[in-house]
Design a protein around this ligand. Sequence first.
Ligand code: 26V
Length: 803
Amino acid sequence: MNLEQLSKEQFIRDFKDTLHEEQLIKVARATPAELFTTLAKLIRRYYTDTWIDRNHKLSENKEKVAYYFSIEFLPGRMLETNLLNLGILDLVKESFEELNVDFQEVVEAEHDMALGNGGLGRLAAAFMDSLATTGYPGFGNGLRYQYGLFKQRIVDGYQVELPDSWFGSIGNVWETRKDHDIVDVKLFGDVYLQADQEGRIVPVYHNAQLLHAVPYDVPQIGFENGVINNLRLWDVEIPEAYELDYPTIEDRRRVQDITAVLYPDDSNYEGKQLRLIQEYFMTSAGLQTIVKSYLKQGLPLENIHEKVSVHINDTHPAVAPAEFMRILLDDYGLTWDAAWETTVQTMSYTNHTILSEALEKWDAELFKKVLPRVYQVILEIDHRFVSNLAKQGYDSGLIERTRIVKDNQIHMANLAIIGGHSVNGVAKLHTDLLKEDTLHDFYTLYPEKFNNKTNGIVQRRWTQIAAPELSQALDETIGKDWRKDIHQLDRLVEFANDDTVLDHFYQVKKVAKERLARYIRETTGIEVSTDAIFDVQVKRLHAYKRQLLNVLHILKLYLDLKENPDKDMVPRVFIFGAKAAPGYHFAKSVIKLINEIANVVNNDSSLQGKLKVVFLENYRVSLAELIIPAADVSEQISLASKEASGTSNMKFMMTGAITLATLDGANIEIKDEVGDDNIIIFGMDKDAVYSHYENHDYYARGIYESNPTIRRVVDSFVNGTIPNAQSEGTEIYESLITHNDEYFLLEDFSAYVAAQEKIDALYRDQKLWARMSLMNIAKSHKFTSDDTITEYAEDIWQLTKNE
Ligand code: 26V
């Protein structure tokens, strides 16, 4: 259906009809959930033909397609994005006004689709949007978890995790089950090789478990371009023919467990069998379908890389090269050499963290038990890799360090690198560090495989949806073209000295702050003034991200104010949002401490409202949409070299916050865009950090003992300053002093305090601050994921645009 022709009257008629048919109810009596479901169903009807046409056209034209394999996708809510991209968001808003329906309530009836932990999953979702928007044929492949990332509640200052039953009573209104694309996935059993009648060696399975992988497709709608791509999420089912093998509820539950819940751990790698099965299940199902649909085009299998790219998002789907080999060899009888050549050219891999402990390694025995045939294939890949390098005269140490199977473990990153043609990092510094450090051996072997792709964000979500007032101010200042071409934002620079424009943008920020202040009041009871600086750190709680450094500074301000209540400072509201992995003790202690500090600070009238601390529970995409546009200061204070890229840093910048940052990840590229005057950089750089590692010369206790300010702050963890958090205080104290402050907080503390003082001074000059803010918005276009994905499509996947 051509939605450009859609009138308000027609829409209202369609909507009422749908409501009557689906819910047997009139608008005035419908609940927000009923209205939401109805609206979703109606717009599904609007786009279905386009979606079907797209799929037909791609296979008719034999277009090359990229498949983005990711164990996480974190789209958040889809309603507004879908309406915006279909070009009918304003029309629907206006129609609802006529119908006397609160559109925001309808939006909020949608549960976040939270099938991801943080940056990696959010990036995958952003790429889906950008693939559709740029018109490239790129499909997602993942898991349809019953429960997404846990819901966080704060009880007595502690994090409590509850299941995220996101299907709720509504279900996932966007998905479509595709029965005709069900495939079989085999697990466990014994395998041996046998010659068949034609003398081909084929595997024979005994006692294998055969499961159905059932696909559910979620449309990915491009922005105003008539393109709809596909995100395919797999669920597991027991095939009818095998039902007798699962006589009890427990037996069935063990199968359903495969797609029951997203692993919530981004801080500690655990080689759990269920996780391995999850990874294999989605990879195998995806690859089998890809091969089948390729073969329908009647092209030779050994050339599949000409029509298909498979992208391995982090090591989680890194079994892909081996599984692809298995399919080509066993199911379709290709020779090893032909299969290997096309596999390498099909596969590519992105690394998302510099921490080498995050690279997955599977116990060889476990792997062999769960995936006996894939294990054989991996042994063969490893064997050929080793003997090839040895033949070429490579050093045995290098061979040992880069091979896939060693020390009774399967090294998944090694498989992804050896079995693919491209390895990329997610920001310039990160890619450099991969080359120099984490993956240095591979870089010496295959320099041509390495490339950088700096992350990006879906600008439409963070401006047009999350920041409507900002978007309107942009329309009024530079015209509306930026909505289609984000690079137009650069024209804002021309207004850097226009007082009226600066004041307009300052007021826009105020409106967003008022909205957040209202939310804070309603959810926590804490009163915050919008005249205060809103200083925000929202991200997963992790030691390397250094929320604790932020806490140290807050404690310093508190102690200063207690000593001198008249201290001249711009009032501050420190806002946190962070989930800790359920088993991450340290991270949970930091959450408890933040909450207890909040209790002390927010209830101390002697501070005259100069200091407030707010911890907002259950940080997630939809909450980010409320918080980020309201921020004055964006805290990006990870230890240099540790944050691969960061992406919230880009969202804050785009909505006019000033970044307070270390030279880490994409912060460096943000600085390059806005210039030194429009960002506050502090602390050690990556060389200073690495120098400590090389020289083993960091001594936290020395800093603590010689610096009275630091001593006073650190002591406040254990001297009763923060009641109700004794054991957490002690734990933190010990992490800093006894365990030598792994992330060098104490060394960076003084520079951080100085940077915060600079913020205080700059904020007093309203015009100067507004100009900095404007410059950040102007330069943020650099970080659109539309451009990032274009680079992936052109450099790695060699796709052609197809709209
Ligand atoms: C980290 C760790 C660290 C210790 C061991 C286990 C483990 C497992 C997972 C992770 C998180 C890695 C994946 C991830 O979310 N990386 C984030 O990816 C974002 C998108 O590229 C990027 O912006 C973030 O900087 C990066 O942390």
